[in-house]
Design a protein around this ligand. Structure first.
Ligand SMILES: [Fe+2]
Length: 409
């Protein structure tokens, strides 16, 4: 039987209600009302165990909600399920709606008062509707759009800090039976976990956003001291991320690279302005001072929570593949991959931007020089990753002035 709502062939029939280790080797009960109730509670506990295990292991909120919703649908032997979240206007948006028909519903908007979901959201109460044709709250709108026929619904509000942030709903028992009070209690338990996770993730995202803003401000503060460095940190961060996204690196590592690239020159805040903005070549003594900035930057970042990994990448952003860089003269793959990517991104931006000591190169010239200095100054893999990432996202060129000099960071 094809499920019109999810577009899948009776997927819920194929899946089993979770039977996790929380229940151990409990016997299968087959008869008696008391035993049936125990079995229902046991199944609910199993589901809750699986839901919390999934919540604990999941990184992506949308993925988490999708998994939990499908698990609940399976556990309740239903043919469809969805989660709708309240948006800033108070309307309900489909967050999870799976399969071919689900794609139509993804991000679809429902009025705040629309249908059973709207009623549950506005009243903050869970409901069981076993015959939608007999219930005035039911709206045929979604069925008309999807071609799905809703017969019965159970729906529970997602409540966080006494505020309804959405609803979870499960539709149509596969065997045509009515949804029971036990089903509703199960759904309410799941709703509590989903709401808590949505709230935590949103809070985490708010902190992360504010954290990223602070880092951008910090990086811009360093750039502001040198008129030629305007926007340099931000661009290096974007270039390094383009390169990192072309490599098989875990998401958290790519985020560290992005942050480290934005802050790679933070140590320059402690370099005298006379050196930083000097027109013409630096003296040996001035170079000696300038070359301290990776260590200074790394030490600044080490003292900030969560930036330990970032500080290491900043420390090594001037190491060279041939071992002739600074501060430690690391060679080849002993240089952290993030630092090798930042070195390429830094050099590319330096080459394609006007400076007091040289004019800007064209993009093609800069890329040609990255290739030419691969295995010497730059890691060949890092050059390859940057060039691939740059080509894929087609970052617009900013300068087309004749090149001069060798790439510097
Ligand atoms: Fe630097």
């Amino acid at each position: 039987m094809t499920n019109a709502y999810t577009g899948k062939v009776a997927e819920a029939q194929k899946c089993k209600a979770p039977r996790a280790s929380a229940a151990g080797n409990a016997p299968e009960f087959s008869e008696g009302q008391g035993i049936k109730e125990i079995e229902q509670i046991r199944q609910r506990l199993n589901l809750m165990y699986e839901v919390s295990r999934t919540a604990a292991s999941s990184q992506q909120l949308s993925q988490l909600i999708k998994q939990i919703t499908l698990m609940t649908q399976c556990a309740l032997n239903a043919s469809a399920s969805s989660v709708l979240l309240v948006d800033k206007d108070g309307d309900l948006i489909f967050e999870v709606a799976d399969g071919q028909v689900g794609k139509q519903l993804r991000r679809a908007k429902l009025g705040a008062q629309s249908g059973v979901a709207g009623w549950v959201a506005s009243h903050g109460k869970a409901v069981v509707v076993n015959d939608v044709n007999q219930d005035q709250r039911f709206s045929t709108l979604i069925d008309t759009v999807t071609g799905f026929t809703t017969k019965s619904i159970i729906c529970a509000p997602l409540v966080a800090h006494e505020r309804v942030i959405g609803v979870i709903e499960v539709l149509n028992k596969l065997d045509g039976a009515n949804f029971s009070d036990h089903d509703l209690e199960t759904l309410m338990s799941v709703a509590a976990t989903v709401a808590m996770n949505i709230n935590n993730t949103r809070l985490h995202q708010t902190i992360l956003d504010s954290y990223k803003t602070t880092i951008r401000v910090l990086a811009a503060t360093v750039d502001a001291r040198d008129p030629y460095a305007y926007g340099h940190s931000q661009r290096v961060s974007e270039y390094a991320l383009l390169a990192a996204n072309s490599m098989p690196l875990p998401r958290d590592e790519r985020e560290v690279i992005e942050t480290a690239a934005a802050l790679h020159d933070i140590g320059k805040a402690y370099i005298p302005e006379s050196i930083l903005v000097k027109r013409g070549p630096l003296t040996d003594e001035e170079w000696k001072t300038m070359r301290k900035h990776p260590v200074i930057g790394s030490n600044i970042l080490k003292s900030i929570p969560f930036l330990e990994k970032t500080s290491k990448l900043v420390l090594y952003h001037h190491e060279r593949y041939d071992g002739r860089g600074y501060p430690d003269g690391l060679k080849g793959e002993t240089i952290p991959v993030g630092s090798r990517l930042i070195a390429v991104a830094d050099a590319f931006d330096t080459m394609t931007t006007n400076h007091s000591y040289q004019g800007a190169s064209t993009v093609d010239e800069a890329i040609e020089r990255l290739h030419r200095f691969a295995r010497i100054q730059f890691c060949p893999l890092a050059v390859q990753a940057f060039v691939a990432g740059f080509a894929r996202f087609r970052v617009p060129a900013r300068s087309y002035v004749t090149a001069s000099g060798t790439p510097t960071g």
